[in-house]
Structures are given as C-alpha cells and as structure tokens.
Design a protein around this ligand. Sequence first.
Ligand code: AMP
Length: 226
Amino acid sequence: MRIVLLGPPGAGKGSLAALIKERTGIVHISTGDMLREEMKKSSQIGLQIKALVAKGALVSDEIVTRLVEYKVTHDPQMAKGYLFDGFPRTTQQAQDLDRILAKVGKPLDFALFMETNVEMILSRLMGRWVCRQCGALFHIKNRPPKKPGVCDVCGTELYQRSDDNKGIIRKRIQVYEISTKPIIDYYEAQGKLRRISGDKETVDVHDDLVKMINEESYQNQKSSGS
Ligand code: AMP
C-alpha cells in the first residue's frame, strides 16, 4: 500500500495512519511529527520551525522536502509500503514527492482525500491529547485514556499541542484552503485521487478504505481479463 493521506487538520489522517501501521507494519511518515522532533533541538532551524508551527503557518517546502527525501531514501522499511500524513501540503511538495518516489522506484498508488467539516475539525482538535513519548492519540470524549493524562500504550504523560487552540486551528484551516486544497486537482489530473468520508470513527474509515481497495483490485482484474 503506497498512499498519501489528504485532508484538513483534524480529518483523522494521523489516527487512520496509526491504525494502518498497527495492522500492516507499513511506514507512517508524518511531517508534523518530524518537524516536532526538529523543534526539540534548540538549533537555529529548530527555532525557526517552532515559530512557524506556533502560528499555524507552513514550514518552507525546502526544509520539509529535505526531511522527507532523507527518510524515503534511507528507510529500508519503505519497501513494505508507506503512508504520508501531512505531506504534501503544497503543489510544489506534491511535485517534489513524485520526483523522489520515482527516484526510488516506488510510485504512489493513490491519494486519499478525507473530507470533513469545520465543526468536526474543531471538536476533534480541541479535545485531542497526545503522548509525549510514543505519539499515541487520545480524545477527551471519543477516545479517553484509561487513566486521565496518562498514555494507555506506554504510560507516559499526555499533552495538548499548543497549535490545537481555536484561533490557531482556524488559521491552519485557512492555510489548508489556500495552499493545500489545490493538491486535490493535482492528484485528480493524475487519476490518483480517491475520496472518503473522514466524519466516521477511525475503524469505520479504515473498513471503507479496505472495501475501496478490494473493489478496485477486483475491477482491475476483471478489466485485465484475469
Ligand atoms: P500536523 O502535525 O500535520 O498537523 O502539522 C503541524 C504543523 O507542522 C503544521 O501546522 C505546519 O506548521 C507544519 N507542517 C507539517 N507538515 C508540513 C508540510 N508538509 N509543509 C509545511 N509545513 C508543515
């Protein structure tokens, strides 16, 4: 499975990617997670990234693409398949990704556009809690941890991302509409866009995805006469 997950912040890309990774072991590449790792370093570049992420703006294509290119060309697990989550976020990044994937001979199967609405986005992100250690995702109502403030998976403290507040979320949605939404046309023109509702629970979205993949491979087999 070689997929790009597209959709606004809060569409459920991270949760779906975590579930697919758990079930299949394929590589989950989240540029948001990669950038948060960079931010932990007090390097000049880490501080620059921190300032942009804090206000809900995009980090430069050059920095993000460099991180992705390194991962794609150095992770031997990529051979099993991959899921991009939060990348690409601009048409330039989508073009760069095609170039990088062509270089390693692992082109995309499709881009999955997870559609959802603003109310859902706000409620998901404002109730989201993340594990400091393993990155597991929780939600105060939809997926509460067994012990408040503690990760069910590794027992580490949970935190709320500083960019998961109402003002910054609205800014991130605006940035998404302007910079990221045009990518939908980019993949549509390649015949690689697939749409799915992101309004459901993660397990149900996962089931819809599996059905879609099975249906497509059935249709492909039928049209190739095998
Ligand atoms: P995420 O964890 O995907 O919600 O990303 C958190 C923040 O990291 C975003 O609001 C951006 O500031 C930055 N970011 C993540 N991925 C990218 C990307 N592909 N291009 C530019 N900035 C990004």
